[in-house]
Ligand binder design. Sequence first.
Ligand SMILES: Cc1ncc(COP(=O)(O)O)c(C=O)c1O
Ligand SMILES: [Zn+2]
Length: 430
Amino acid sequence: MRGSRLVCSGCGWEPPAGAAYPFRCARSGSDDRDHVLVHRLGADAVLDRGDDDNPFVRYRECLYAWHAARARGMSDAAFVDLVTRINERIAAVDGHGFRVTPFGRIEALSDYLGLNVWVKDETGNVAGSHKARHLMGILLYLAVTERGDGPPLAIASCGNAALAAAVLARAASRALQVFVPPSAEPAVLERLHALGATVVSCPRVPGERGDPCVHRFHEALRAGALAFCCQGNENGLAIDGGETLVYEMLGTGAPPLDDLVVQVGGGALASTCMQAYARAVAAGLTASVPRVHTVQTRGASPLQRAWTLVQERRASTGASAEDALRYAAAHRSSFMWPWEQVPHSIAEGILDDETYDWVVVLQGMTATKGTTVVANEETLKEANRLARETTGIAVSHTGSAGLAGLLQLHRDGVIATGARVGVLFTGVQR
Ligand SMILES: Cc1ncc(COP(=O)(O)O)c(C=O)c1O
Ligand SMILES: [Zn+2]
């Protein structure tokens, strides 16, 4: 695979050659280190293969699936053919398949805020959010490597990721178990059932720390299911599919952003943005990277808590940012643990108890000079109203939470008037 390899960012472990499902570090959970498998791309990879409306064709060389296919003797043309066929099946299930989503400057929003605001609109993507991008990277890997029926797939999610998983699993005729909280929207549950998923409601268990859906999901994995989810720590292959979002923005030739504000739940979305920009610079797709800032809600902000703890460690030890982060990654439980209160917010999609992909996100914020911000409920509502009024896009409160972060960062003076800023409208209001 000429330079393309999977490696644990925490301990350096690499899956043995021929491993069927190299999704997770084998040492994960054995110590207090943060273990996440990441895809290191060879320097010779051509990130952008040129005009194609299907991002998984255009940016195929960023995918581990493509490298796995080539290593198994599959031709590039055969891989493109496979992507196209799977995309057609997705279209048959969901009305349309993957295609490059809109990205542009929003005049009315820019004028109103005194900023130069660019919006990437994911509300019309497969299953109504960006989540299916993460899963397509995994699905293509399975399509390339499996022979015959594979094990069932599993995911823990309360909404968008579950819907995306159900659409893709249906398109691939795969069994899927979805672990949801009892508060999941009835309309979402109905759609999951209609798509043939097995839905398991997971109430909180007295005395059990962390998200019960994640606990039940882990039980399913132990019973042989495959992690078909949007969290890099559970399946490292979820990350590079998500990166197509950033490559699409760069592929428009729009002027470079000064700042990008990304809403964070489990952290995979922000992680993909950080890694995509790093890859894009290495591949010469862009010369400059925006400051990448992250937004959480008052309901739960474990990423900001970790960020503050890392800053405190720097201040008390005099360590560099990189050393403090390295220390944090090796002492996970002192920096990242489940939020103590049951979280509530109107932006319910970003209420994860933990930011699972936190280390890469903190590293990316450090490298790009970004920061974290917590948006209150008023600001989340204001941002959603503004988003809808100025764009006409039926974006959800989770989907417009990046704009809420932008409002707050602008008020705080972190983002200057006139700056060219990107936000991601990640999900549709159902
Ligand atoms: C619409 C939407 N935007 C953003 C996010 C946050 O993504 P992540 O959990 O990868 O941080 C989610 C997560 O569920 C979401 O549904
Ligand atoms: Zn590891």
